[in-house]
Write a protein that binds this ligand. Structure first.
Ligand SMILES: Cc1cc2nc3c(=O)[nH]c(=O)nc-3n(C[C@H](O)[C@H](O)[C@H](O)COP(=O)(O)OP(=O)(O)OC[C@H]3O[C@@H](n4cnc5c(N)ncnc54)[C@H](O)[C@@H]3O)c2cc1C
Length: 507
C-alpha cells in the first residue's frame, strides 16, 4: 500500500471552507455524521475503497465519547469471561492490527498487575491466572507475537512491589502480570483517522451539525456561520455514538456512564505498570490505575446506566470519585483522598439496548442497522473495534469493493520515526515528529513547554492549528493536546493556546 501524501492530510481552515462550498454542489457516495472514532473510521474505510466521502461533525473531532475512554486497546479477555468468544477474538485481532500495523506509534504494550493480596483468596488468584492464560491464547489466535505483547506470568513480591511501589504490603503473595494495548491518546487516534481519510480525498468538516437525515443526504448547519445547507449523498451513515437517537428516532440505546479520576504518578510512587483491584462483592469488575506518560495516572472505571437527555459533556459526581478512590485505596499502603486528585472526566458508552441487567454486563458488540428512511446507523461497539465497525458499515454501502484498512497505516505510522527531535514528539506524532519540530523554524522557545509545569511544547499547538483541524483554544487544550485532563495544566496553558490561535489567524 502506498503511503498517503502528508500535506494532503492537513485539515486547514481554508480546506474546510472549500470543502463545504464543493459539497453544496456535488453528490458524494457517502455522508458520515459524527467525528468520533466510529465516524472517522468509516470515512477512512470508504475513502480507501475509492468512494467519495463527506464527514460532518457538530463540534471538534473527538468531541464525544472517543476522548473519554480508558485508552485501552482491549484484547477481549473480559468478553471471554462472559462467554462471548466471537467478540473476544475480534477484539484481540483488532488490537494486533493497531499495535503492529496501522498505529504502532500510538499503541503500546501495557503491563498490568493484579496484586495477590490477602483480599484475593488462592482460588480466586488461580481463576484470575487461568483467565490471563486464556487471554494469551486469544493473542496467539489473533496472530500477535509475544515480542509485541508478552506472555503473562506470576510475579514475586519483590517484582510486584518494584512495578507498583505503592501496593499494600500486608499479606502480599506476589502478583499476576498480564499485558494489553494502551493508546498514547484516544483523541489522537481519531485525528489520525480523520487526517488519513482526508489524505485519500475525504472531506472532513468540523463545526457542522446535521439537523436531519434521509437516505439520500441531510441538512446541516455550519456552526461557524449559521448557514444551513443540504448535502446530497448516495448513502448516509449516522455515527453519532451515544447521540444516534437525536437523528434516528427508531434506534434504541442503553447509555452507560463511565468516570475516571486523574492522579499525579507521585501519589502511587510512580508505578511502572497498571494496577488492577477487584470491586468488592462484584464478579468480573475491577478498578484500574493506568499510568500514562507526563507523570499522570488515570483511575477508572464506573459503569452506571444513564437516563434522560444526554449532556454534551458529562460531569463527574463526588460519589463517583469517592467510589474509585475507595476501591483503589484497598490495594494501597496509603489510602488516597480527594486532595490527591488533579483532574477528572466522564463519558457515555453507546451500548446496545434490549437486555436487562447491569450495564457492565451488556455486550460491547456493535451492529449496523438500516432505518425505514434508508439511513444506516452504527450502534454499540468500542474504540478497539472501530475498524471492524467501519468495515461492516461500508460493506453495507459498497459490498463489491473490498476493505483495505487492515493494512493501511495511519498518518504518523508511515516510515521511520525521525532522529534528533524531542522524544515526546516522537511518542505523540510518530513519523511526523520531524515536521512538527520543524515548525519551530529556528525559534528555540517553540520547542519548550508552553507554560511552567506543563508537558506540551509550543510547536504542538501550531501543528494542531495548521495540520490537525483545531479551530479554537478548547480544541487545542482538550483534544489536540490533553492539557485539560489536569486542571492546573489547563489553566496554565490557556494563554498560550489563545496566543497560538491569534498567531496562526494573523495574516
Ligand atoms: C468511560 C469510558 C471508557 C471507555 N474505555 C474504552 C477503552 O478503554 N477501550 C475501548 O476500546 N473502548 C472504550 N470505551 C468505548 C469507546 O470509547 C466508545 O465506544 C467509542 O469512543 C464511541 O465512539 P463513537 O465515534 O461511536 O462516538 P463518539 O466518540 O461519541 O462520537 C460521536 C460524535 O458525533 C458527534 N455528533 C453528535 N450529534 C451530531 C450531529 N447532529 N451532527 C454532527 N455530529 C454530531 C459528537 O459531537 C461526537 O463527536 C469507553 C467508553 C467510556 C464511556
Amino acid at each position: 500500500m502506498t503511503a498517503p501524501h502528508l500535506t494532503a492530510s492537513h485539515l486547514t481552515a481554508e480546506r474546510r471552507v472549500r470543502d463545504l462550498e464543493q459539497l453544496a454542489e456535488t453528490t458524494v457516495d457517502l455522508l458520515v455524521v459524527g467525528g468520533g472514532v466510529t465516524g472517522c473510521g468509516i470515512a477512512l474505510d470508504a475513502a480507501s475503497r475509492g468512494l467519495s466521502v463527506a464527514l460532518v461533525e457538530k463540534s471538534d473531532l473527538a468531541h464525544g465519547t472517543s476522548r473519554w475512554s480508558s485508552k485501552l486497546v482491549h484484547g477481549g479477555l473480559r468478553y471471554l469471561a462472559t462467554g462471548d468468544v466471537g467478540l473476544a477474538l475480534e477484539s484481540a485481532r483488532e488490537r494486533g492490527i493497531l499495535l503492529t500495523r496501522t498505529a504502532p506509534h500510538l499503541v503500546r504494550a501495557l503491563p498490568m498487575v493484579a496484586p495477590l493480596s490477602d483480599d484475593i483468596g488462592r482460588r480466586d488468584g488461580a481463576l484470575f491466572a487461568a483467565g490471563q492464560r486464556a487471554g494469551d491464547l486469544l493473542r496467539v489466535a489473533a496472530g500477535t507475537r509475544a515480542s509485541a505483547l508478552p506472555r503473562p506470568r506470576r510475579l514475586t513480591v519483590a517484582e510486584a512491589t518494584r512495578l507498583l511501589p505503592a501496593v499494600r504490603r500486608a499479606g502480599l503473595r506476589g502478583g499476576l502480570l498480564g499485558w494489553d494495548g494502551q493508546l498514547e491518546d484516544d483523541a489522537r487516534l481519531v485525528v489520525a483517522l480523520a487526517r488519513t481519510a482526508a489524505s485519500l480525498g475525504a472531506r472532513v468538516v468540523t463545526y457542522c451539525r446535521a439537523t436531519s437525515l434521509s437516505g439520500d443526504g441531510g441538512v446541516v448547519v455550519d456552526e461557524r456561520t449559521g448557514q444551513s445547507l443540504r448535502l446530497r449523498a448516495g448513502a448516509v451513515v449516522n455515527a453519532t455514538g451515544a447521540w444516534v437517537g437525536t437523528l434516528s428516532a427508531e434506534v434504541e440505546l442503553r447509555p452507560s456512564k463511565g468516570v475516571h479520576v486523574v492522579l499525579p504518578a507521585s501519589a502511587l510512587g510512580h508505578p511502572a505498570a497498571a494496577m488492577t483491584v477487584p470491586v468488592p462483592g462484584q464478579r468480573n469488575r475491577f478498578v484500574f490505575a493506568l499510568p500514562h506518560p507526563d507523570g499522570i495516572v488515570h483511575v477508572g472505571l464506573t459503569d452506571d446506566p444513564m437516563d434522560g437527555p444526554l449532556p454534551d459533556v458529562p460531569q463527574v459526581e463526588a460519589r463517583e470519585e469517592a467510589f474509585l478512590l475507595d476501591v483503589l485505596s484497598r490495594g494501597l499502603e496509603r489510602p488516597l483522598s480527594r486532595a490527591d486528585v488533579v483532574g477528572r472526566f466522564a463519558g457515555v458508552r453507546p451500548l446496545l439496548a434490549g437486555v436487562e441487567g447491569r450495564t457492565a454486563d451488556l455486550s460491547r458488540r456493535h451492529s449496523v442497522v438500516r432505518g425505514d428512511d434508508g439511513v444506516l446507523t452504527v450502534l454499540g461497539g468500542k474504540l478497539t473495534t472501530y475498524r471492524q465497525m467501519a468495515e461492516d458499515a461500508v460493506d453495507a454501502v459498497a459490498p463489491e469493493r473490498p476493505c483495505r484498512t487492515a493494512d493501511l497505516p495511519l498518518v504518523g505510522a508511515v516510515g521511520a520515526a525521525p532522529q534528533g527531535v524531542p522524544p515526546r514528539l516522537v511518542r505523540r506524532y510518530g513519523s511526523e515528529a520531524g515536521e512538527v519540530a520543524a515548525l519551530a523554524d529556528g525559534d528555540a522557545r517553540l520547542l519548550e513547554p508552553v507554560a511552567e509545569g506543563v508537558p506540551v511544547l509550543g510547536v504542538e499547538l501550531l501543528w494542531g492549528l495548521r495540520a490537525e483541524g483545531a479551530r479554537t483554544p478548547a480544541d487545542l487544550l482538550e483534544r489536540r493536546t490533553r492539557l485539560s485532563l489536569v486542571d492546573a495544566w489547563h489553566e496554565a496553558a490557556r494563554p498560550a493556546a489563545e496566543a497560538a490561535l491569534a498567531a496562526v489567524a494573523a495574516p
